[in-house]
Design a protein around this ligand. Sequence first.
Ligand code: NAD
Ligand code: ZN
Ligand code: ZN
Length: 349
Amino acid sequence: MKTLSYIEPGKIDVLEKDIPKLSADTDAIVRLVKTTICGTDLHIIAGHTPEVPEGLTLGHEGVGVIEQIGDSVNNFKVGDKVIISCITACGHCDYCKRQMYSHCADGGWNLGHLIDGTQAEYVRIHHADNSLYHIPKNITDEGAVMLSDILPTGFEIGVLDGHVQPGQTIALVGAGPVGLSALLTAQFFSPATIIVMDLDDNRLQVAKEFGATHVINSANKEDAIKQIMEITNNVGVDVAMEAVGYPTTFDLCQQIIAPGGHISNLGVHGEPVTFELNKLWIKNISLSTGLVNTSSTPMLLKTVNAGKLEPNELITHHFNFNQILEAYDIFKHADDNKALKLIISFDEV
Ligand SMILES: NC(=O)c1ccc[n+]([C@@H]2O[C@H](COP(=O)([O-])OP(=O)(O)OC[C@H]3O[C@@H](n4cnc5c(N)ncnc54)[C@H](O)[C@@H]3O)[C@@H](O)[C@H]2O)c1
Ligand SMILES: [Zn+2]
Ligand SMILES: [Zn+2]
């Protein structure tokens, strides 16, 4: 089968590998129908996640059809079309019992990180019963791909961990698919003011269409901080979300946080940031950061199925799997290509 694999920092390629086989009676083998690329894949290629082994198949998002199941899989049968969660969960370890699936003792973020992922014709999914989801009838295959990672990430790590509340002023740095997912789901809680920052004017325009009350091109960070202070009458924002993963964007969040505010970090960082505790200790702020648990996926599936959230709006480009290197190039240069989420389709068998 064909896979898109990480070769070494700065290099990916299409590699031929054997079709995976069941390795435990809780596994499923899924034939991919749709997959996509995440900002995290760009961090992996940039060498920010050195734990990723060379030769690994990338990808932690997708929709596919079950080809084989182990004897202990109860919730799915061969032929079912499923959403593959980016997080694998055994369902019974201490972390799973706390819905902290991201730290499952026999799972977590493994796909396209520590084990072969979904940018391939087939993938092996461990603990299939807790790591796959049926697709409700009103959700398209493409929309369903947005539930593998970006919608739960924006909602859990940005919005829920940020404690967004009605009437608040929130700022979001990074209007990529993850930041836009936080923007969409923050509106479940009716914040009064939503300021979105990015360097990409097209993504800022999309943010406006998705409900941002203010957008700022933050290429000049000091100027962006000044504008936010003007918008907030020199108070700052109640919630600042970082959805980029660089020291400068984390710094922007800590510069604009109001007393009593909350910084929620979603970005995957490749180097340390400077946390200005000397200035922030007195402001009664809190900070959260983390890997998505996907514990909100069942609730998001209902919300999307009911038409309250439209994930297809995040999709801008379509490719066939044989064009995946081109797709990576477009996603990497998203600003030149007005790209958000790309759908990569496999030939239906
Ligand atoms: N915590 C988690 O569980 C989790 C899950 C998925 C993704 N992520 C991370 O979320 C982040 C966003 O993912 P994505 O898929 O949206 O990625 P992306 O690369 O598409 O988006 C990043 C955005 O940041 C903008 N940006 C870059 N430098 C900037 C700067 N200096 N100031 C303002 N904006 C800037 C880019 O223009 C882009 O729009 C990444 O760091 C990704 O690794 C985290
Ligand atoms: Zn991701
Ligand atoms: Zn577990």
